[in-house]
Design a binder for this molecule. Structure first.
Ligand SMILES: [Zn+2]
Length: 82
């Protein structure tokens, strides 16, 4: 099988101010897990510099290992969507 991806191994840097962005959210879109990062720098408006990181759910080791990030989304939405 293909290699897995763990977003803990990634760092998301803001292209505007150069600071690291912080993981603030998680959602699913079809076969993708979407992680939302926001810049905590005072210089940046999170509405403008927000980053959406999309990981193929089949490869997403972080979501698989950390049930907190699923927060029941699998049952609430996308029921048999795939
Ligand atoms: Zn920034």
């Amino acid at each position: 099988m293909a290699a897995s991806i763990n977003i803990r191994n990634l760092s998301i840097k803001c292209g505007n101010c150069g600071e690291y962005q912080t993981l603030v959210g998680f959602s699913r879109r079809a076969d993708w897990n979407v992680y939302t990062y926001e810049c905590e720098s005072q210089e940046c408006d999170p509405e403008v510099t927000r980053t959406l990181l999309e990981v193929p759910s089949a490869l997403d080791e972080f979501a698989r290992r950390d049930p907190n990030w699923k927060h029941g989304g699998q049952d609430d939405m996308g029921d048999g969507e795939s």
